[in-house]
Write a protein that binds this ligand. Structure first.
Ligand code: SUG
Length: 446
């Protein structure tokens, strides 16, 4: 049976703003307290989704989360009516308020880890939402992520949903941003590569921990166990600790794979040689393309600034591959020169397409951060909530929806405005109708 990869992009929520919440993420800190433009952010994301749909790919949409998160603010001791909670938090703890307002769920590469049915022992597609414990604002996401995934993949025969791992740094899990799958056809059993930043527990090693290393090997192993992945279908590899603090807070900032292609920077992994050997051995019947980018052609700094590796590599209906890159790559001479040359080489990658996703890039999220990959057989795809699959009609509807609910500008002081809460809830309530999700948000459940 035929299988295909469906990218589920996160729809940027109405409260998208720059709060400098992610230490270790160079762009997020640089943009702290800038004015954001939620309307353009959402439209840039939608334009990318539509472009992939127009290339003949199946494209999905993941709804944003309810923000501000009033429940968390109340849990943290802010009291009174909604407007009073917002005012008190703005006055006493503006960073906590900003965290509860973050639209960070747009980066759906961090929403969950997904294993296709051809890899798992019970032949179902497995989903584990990421707990995102390393950053407070992101740790607010997993419950609603789980609700949304269950509303889209709502069929027990094909889909198995796990609870996110325990909310402890020991099991810090950042989802698919640290997970890549190599395979032949999408329908074939593949090799799932789990990349981790640190060991939560390793008595034999001095604590090498880098500040920005978010994913632990303990988390990666737990996800692999939950998904029923056997040893011969998994590889666990450590990120090169030397580059993590330079802005490589997730592996998808420095490596990306698709089918039989692994595209990565020379400094991405620790013990690259042993890692490549293990991949080769576990996929021995597969003709693999390892595209290693040397530092003297593209430095780690250029990779972090342009997000060369936070590109999507997608397979077109004619089986050739195209790189979906942020326009930052086109505007950097070293990176553009590299990509121009890459498409002339003997690899499946034949084109590069550039997209303006600047509103997301300013918070450290490139094209690949904005999408969660779900490999599905035709039968499984038929069981997916069809209202969440991109079409010309859905594209038009979502653009109209954004036009009527989103602001052009959000400044830090706007977060105390109770009207923004009302606008956001009104928008999300309508969205759950458009995407046929039911009541996935807490404000809809009272
Ligand atoms: O978790 N930025 C996100 C970016 C996530 C990128 N995802 C992947 N690489 N897959 C993060 O650091 C910034 C929010 C702010 O500062 O307002 C933020 O959350």
């Amino acid at each position: 049976m035929k299988s295909l990869e469906v990218n589920f992009d996160g729809l940027v929520g109405p409260t998208h703003n720059y709060a400098g919440l992610s230490e270790g993420n160079v762009a997020s800190l640089k943009s702290a307290h800038d004015r954001s433009n939620p309307k353009s952010a959402a439209k840039q994301g939608l334009a990318k989704m539509k472009a992939l749909h127009d290339l003949g790919l199946t494209q999905g949409v993941l709804a944003p989360q309810e923000r501000p998160d009033l429940y968390t603010l109340r849990r943290l001791g802010f009291k009174g009516k909604d407007a009073e909670v917002l005012a008190q938090a703005y006055k006493e703890a503006p960073n906590v308020l900003a965290a509860c307002y973050s639209a960070s769920s747009m980066w759906t590469a961090n929403a969950a880890t997904v294993s296709p049915s051809s890899d798992t022992c019970n032949k179902k597609v497995h989903f584990t939402p990421a707990n995102l414990t390393n950053k407070f604002h992101r740790s607010l996401e997993p419950d609603t992520t789980g609700n949304i995934l269950k509303a889209i993949f709502a069929n027990d025969e094909y889909f198995e949903h796990h609870k996110h791992l325990n909310d402890s740094d020991h099991f810090g899990d950042e989802g698919a941003a640290n997970h890549t799958r190599l395979c032949g056809d999408y329908a074939d059993a593949g090799l799932e590569i789990f990349t981790f930043g640190r060991f939560a527990f390793n008595p034999d090693m001095p604590k090498p921990q880098k500040f920005a290393a978010r994913q632990t090997i303990e988390a990666s192993r737990a996800v692999a166990r939950l998904h029923g992945l056997s040893d011969d279908k998994t590889v666990f590899v450590q990120q090169n600790p030397d580059v993590i603090d330079a802005g490589v807070f997730h592996n998808d900032v420095i490596a990306v794979g698709n089918q039989n292609v692994l595209f990565y920077h020379e400094q991405a992994f620790l013990n690259t040689g042993a890692f490549i050997e293990e991949v080769n051995q576990k996929l021995e019947h597969q003709e693999l393309h390892f595209i290693q980018v040397p530092s003297n052609e593209v430095s780690v700094q250029d990779a972090v600034n342009t997000y060369l590796f936070n590109t999507q590599i997608v397979t077109l209906p004619d089986s050739s591959m195209v790189i979906i890159a942020p326009s930052h790559c086109e505007n950097n001479l070293n990176v553009k020169t590299y990509l121009d040359r890459l498409i002339t080489k003997n690899t499946p990658i034949k084109q590069v397409k550039y997209f303006d996703v600047n509103e997301s890039m300013k918070n450290g999220g490139g094209p690949a951060c904005l999408r969660l990959r779900v490999t599905l057989s035709e039968q499984e795809l038929a069981a997916v909530n069809p209202a969440c699959i991109m079409s010309d009609n859905l594209y038009r509807r979502l653009n109209t929806w954004v036009d009527s609910h989103y602001r052009d500008v959000i400044k830090p002081e706007d977060l105390q405005d109770p009207q923004l809460l009302i606008e956001s809830r009104t928008a999300l309530d309508e969205l759950t109708d458009i995407l046929n999700l039911g009541s996935v948000y807490k404000f809809q459940q009272v």
